[in-house]
Design a protein around this ligand. Structure first.
Ligand SMILES: [Zn+2]
Length: 507
């Protein structure tokens, strides 16, 4: 046997393993197995497969039935074998992984059919769980990578460090979205990306969702920030906006998927999401800290006696409308939205419009269902800038930028922070210096605020565990203060007065 054939034996074996994995976890029909294997062979001109070595069709239970089926190890084996056999260069590995997992994945229509079957039998949530497991198994959702991200609770918030996501400091880019001028598809979240090779979206699969009678679709995020994180996207490439219909859309979604939350970024640059050019919502299968936040005041609404409005005990400015009645939720939420969009208070630096008359106040709504009925949280956001804060008065202030400079979007405003991956190394340097009893190293000199607070908290202790705990506490504390920066009302009295002016009565 020559070296080249021996190398190909490994390639064939790794492809066999992937085909068997797809039969167990991706709904690949046994009748399509040879055909699919041949489609993979065709990519590389492979024609010396030993049929007698074909593994017998497996009737073992789906890997996913126990928990998640991860394709990562099989893909790694295939890439290593293919590179060793000279089929492609190591750096082409991710593209070939996308191509092959795309070939092994079901068509969008077959996945939609399976989803509907699952939903009819076991309900919307079970169907979503099935779909999520599918997107992990076909390698669209990089769950094995995500599970490696540091994540901890601190100061009532969840802090994560995202090792996979590039940092996004440039606000102007966010305003333009990830749009491609005149390109196809028009932006990174358009439905036409499903299976699109140009963006390595061959494994992307989506599920149609009807919101307010309009056609939308759901897809999971490849690098989600939390459990079953995904986006719900308008089939039309139309700009982000929050209006009266948005509340009904969010309720339609949680009615069908009652274990999920769905929310919407403020449709303004600097304080919103990274794609403003295409209307979309964010949600997923985990309640975020704000959903669970306590309240310190409660109001009744004269016209809607079945609704209450609560003020959240939360570093940002947020209220929660609670009712079992959809109509009341929509009406009361919209009343609050309209009032906030017009609210001005020069003494508090709140200007609803800039000097050119452009709107700069918006709410970020987020809906869940609990035993109390619907709960619609409304986060008050404002996009104003000043000479002192050219990046935004209600944006993370510059002293916190070493930790976080990116816009605070919907997910973070609800208390789940996604900090940049560079922090792992930077905080490591800081922890080492603290343990050695040294001064703040030059390479991380921008962390002087955090350093001073850490040395004060540690009070001379050089214990590794104590240092690590202090650093986590410091990160949570900074994130809490960043949310405080985003609060448009800095005192309880301001929030209370705003609701009282709407004719609501404090209970
Ligand atoms: Zn688009």
């Amino acid at each position: 046997m020559t070296a080249a054939t021996e190398n190909l034996t490994e390639v064939y074996a790794s492809i066999d393993s992937l085909v068997a994995f797809a039969e167990r976890n991706l709904g690949l029909d046994e009748r399509d197995a040879d055909w699919t294997r041949n489609n993979i062979f065709a990519l590389f001109g492979l024609d010396s497969y030993d049929v007698s070595a074909t593994p017998a069709p497996s009737d073992e239970a789906s890997d996913a039935e126990a928990s998640f089926a991860y394709p990562d190890a099989l893909i790694a084996d295939f890439r290593a074998a293919a590179v060793a056999a000279g089929l492609f260069e190591p750096e082409e590995g991710p593209v070939y992984a996308d191509i092959i997992m795309g070939l092994l994945s079901g068509t969008p229509s077959s996945i939609e059919d399976s989803f509907e079957e699952e939903e009819e039998t076991d309900g919307g949530m079970e169907a979503m769980h099935w779909f999520y497991r599918y997107c992990v198994a076909n390698n669209y959702v990089k769950k094995a990578v995500l599970d490696k991200n540091p994540r901890f609770d601190s100061h009532g918030l969840v802090v994560t460090i995202n090792l996979a996501k590039p940092e996004f400091k440039n606000m102007k880019k966010a305003a333009a979205g990830n749009s491609v001028a005149g390109g196809y598809p028009k932006c990174t979240i358009c439905h036409e990306n499903e299976g699109f090779a140009g963006r390595n979206k061959r494994t992307l699969r989506t599920i149609p969702v009807t919101l307010g009678g309009e056609q939308w679709f759901w897809q999971f995020s490849p690098y989600g920030y939390f459990h079953q994180h995904g986006i719900c996207v308008n089939m039309e490439h139309t700009p982000m906006h929050v209006d009266r219909d948005t509340f009904g859309h969010l309720l339609d979604f949680v009615d069908r998927f009652p274990g999920y939350f769905l929310g919407c970024n403020a449709a303004l640059p600097r304080i919103g999401g990274s794609v403003l050019a295409h209307d979309h919502y964010q949600g997923g299968g985990e309640l975020l800290p704000m959903h669970k936040a306590a309240t310190w005041a409660s109001f009744t609404v004269p016209e809607y006696p079945d609704a209450t409005v609560e003020i959240l005990d939360w570093p940002g400015t947020a209220v929660r409308v609670v009712s079992k009645n959809r109509e009341s939720i929509v009406e009361v939420s919209d009343k609050i939205r309209l009032a906030w969009q017009q609210f001005d208070d020069a003494a508090a630096n709140i200007a609803s419009h800039d000097a050119d008359g452009n709107r700069q106040s918006a709410v970020s709504p987020s809906a869940i269902i609990t035993e109390r009925g619907y709960e619609m949280s409304l986060i008050f956001r404002n996009n104003a800038v000043s000479e002192e804060y050219p990046e935004g008065i209600f944006h993370a202030h510059p002293e916190f930028w070493p930790i976080k400079q990116e816009p605070v979007g919907l997910i973070e405003a609800q208390g789940l922070f996604i900090l940049p991956g560079r922090l792992v190394d930077q905080l490591g340097v800081i922890e080492d210096a603290l343990a050695a009893g040294e001064s703040l190293p030059e390479s991380v000199s921008e962390f002087s605020l955090e350093w001073d607070e850490l040395t004060a908290a540690l009070n001379g202790s050089r214990d590794r565990d104590a240092i690590h705990a202090a650093v986590q506490d410091e990160l949570g504390s900074v994130c809490e203060r960043i949310l405080g920066n985003t609060a448009v009302f800095k005192t309880k009295e301001q929030t209370r007065a705003f609701l009282a002016n709407l004719g609501f009565n404090e209970a």
